[in-house]
Ligand binder design. Structure first.
Ligand SMILES: [Zn+2]
Ligand SMILES: [Zn+2]
Length: 171
């Protein structure tokens, strides 16, 4: 997939908006006019290899908006490669589900899944820890691969974690 191509949201079918992350030189696809879902392609995750905090744009795009309801149980088709995405449960109570594409490494998070993570924990500290677990254990199968490779993998993982935490901590 050309990263400049507009893709359609796998949950609601609306065109996703490219949100440019200047520090990384990449676009992340966000369903700003539909359900609020976020799609990361494999290469996008792969580029989180340096320290950065520059995700204000991403937060702005999601902050304070009301998004369309979607059927979270529906099977999603990967917008990058057309493969069938696989649901992976991420929380202890099984409420939070992320869609993974095992063909191209794409990853989709529903907006309500982010909300659920935020709602599930009473304190910021609790949520932070849960979010870290979420990312480490469930979100990134490619992150597990990277662990095997080199120390750079750790830097990438930390940045992925930072990004996710920042997304969740919108206020
Ligand atoms: Zn959508
Ligand atoms: Zn795919």
């Amino acid at each position: 997939m050309d990263t400049t191509d507009i893709i359609k949201c796998p949950a609601c079918g609306k065109e996703m908006e490219k949100v440019y992350i200047p520090s990384e030189g990449i676009n992340i696809d966000i369903c700003t006019n539909g359900c609020g879902g976020i799609f990361f392609d494999n290469r996008e995750f792969d580029k989180f290899n340096e320290e950065h905090e520059d995700i204000e744009l991403l937060k702005e795009k999601l902050h304070g908006k009301t998004f369309a309801q979607v059927d979270e149980d529906a099977i999603r088709i990967c917008p990058a490669c057309g493969g069938q995405m696989v649901k992976n449960t991420t929380s202890s109570n099984g409420e939070i589900v992320v869609d993974d594409c095992y063909i191209c490494g794409g990853k989709f998070l529903d907006h309500c899944e982010l909300d659920k993570i935020r709602a599930e924990y009473k304190s910021d500290q609790e949520r932070k820890e849960a979010t870290i677990d979420f990312l480490f254990n469930k979100v990134g199968y490619e992150l597990k691969d990277m662990e095997l490779k080199n120390t750079q993998a750790k830097a990438k993982r930390n940045l992925g974690q930072k990004l996710f935490y920042s997304i969740l901590n919108l206020d």
